[in-house]
Design a protein around this ligand. Structure first.
Ligand SMILES: NC(=O)C1=CN([C@@H]2O[C@H](COP(=O)(O)OP(=O)(O)OC[C@H]3O[C@@H](n4cnc5c(N)ncnc54)[C@H](O)[C@@H]3O)[C@@H](O)[C@H]2O)C=CC1
Ligand SMILES: O=C(O)[C@@H]1CCC=N1
Length: 257
């Protein structure tokens, strides 16, 4: 709540910086800039090792500064978007600049708020599990503020589900397109149809149970139930469940390394 108020008060002027110019930072920055939520010139980052990342950010107007410290100095809100394995060293290195007037945010999977706050030397730190659909304003983001840290025990499972989950859906879309090609469709048509068939939005927009949505598609004795039969024989549901469980386990491992 405090953080929400902070953002509400500062919305007209605040500047946002990313430490770690990776894919997730790009998705958040793009969503913020292209939705008009935050003008791109008020967003900055710096390039650590891969020069191609400069073009990715500059292409939609984000400022690329020389060093991490320049990003911190420039920003009111600093998002740590480096890998979990390096976030400790990066926060410690920048600690002298991480004054309490800056709101700090980490999106690093499996990195506990208690540790982040200790490394930064103060508790104005928020932990967020975002996902890449933020680039088009369709993120599922979960955040944990300092005072609500008891909710954090759910975060490994959240990383496994909504953090990593978009990749499972993209895999399914690609596989559906491959199926279309196998059944005789040109690749481009198959890919377009498969993408539009990624119907996750139906579950959120209609509020219907996915089982009901599935039943609505499957006509008696029809094509869909024949396809579903094959998916069930292949252990589709169990495989997806195992994917979420494996990713959550990996998130827990990262928090212990
Ligand atoms: N990609 C995703 O869908 C999601 C990612 N996350 C988290 O976001 C973070 C970033 O993930 P990605 O963007 O996928 O990884 P990425 O590898 O694309 O981005 C990390 C970036 O940090 C840079 N970097 C490395 N060391 C640095 C340093 N010392 N100073 C500044 N920059 C440095 C790298 O050059 C790279 O561009 C991770 O902690 C991950 O757990 C969380 C949820 C979803
Ligand atoms: O693969 C990863 O480790 C990150 C965290 C969640 C999604 N991507």
């Amino acid at each position: 709540m405090e953080a929400t108020q902070f953002l509400a008060i500062q919305t007209e002027t605040y500047k946002l910086g990313f430490i770690g110019a990776g894919k997730m930072a790009e998705s958040i920055a793009k969503g913020a800039a292209q939705s008009g939520f935050l003008p791109a010139p008020r967003i900055s980052t710096s390039i650590h090792s891969n020069p191609a990342r400069r073009v990715a950010f500059e292409s939609f107007g984000v400022k690329v500064l020389p060093q991490n410290r320049n990003v911190v100095e420039e920003s009111d809100v600093v998002i740590f978007s480096v890998k979990p394995q390096v976030v400790r060293d990066v926060v410690l290195e920048l600690r002298p600049l991480l004054t309490k007037d800056k709101l700090l945010v980490s999106i690093a999977a499996g990195t506990k708020l208690k540790d982040l706050q200790e490394w930064a030397g103060h508790s104005r730190f928020i932990r967020v599990v975002p996902n890449t659909p933020s680039a088009v304003g369709e993120a599922a983001s979960v955040m944990c503020l300092g005072g609500a840290a008891t909710d954090e025990k759910l975060f490994d499972a959240i990383v496994g589900l909504s953090g990593s989950g978009p990749a499972y859906i993209y895999l399914a879309i690609e596989a559906l397109a491959d199926g279309g090609v196998a059944a005789g469709l040109p690749r481009e048509l198959a890919m377009g149809l498969a993408s539009q068939t990624g119907s996750a939005f139906m579950a959120s927009k209609t509020g219907k149970h996915p089982g009901q949505l599935k039943d609505d598609v499957a006509s008696p004795g029809g094509t869909t139930i024949a396809g579903i039969h094959e998916l069930e024989k292949g252990g589709f549901r169990g495989t997806l469940m195992n994917a979420v469980i494996a990713a959550a386990k990996r998130s827990r491992e990262l928090s212990q390394s």
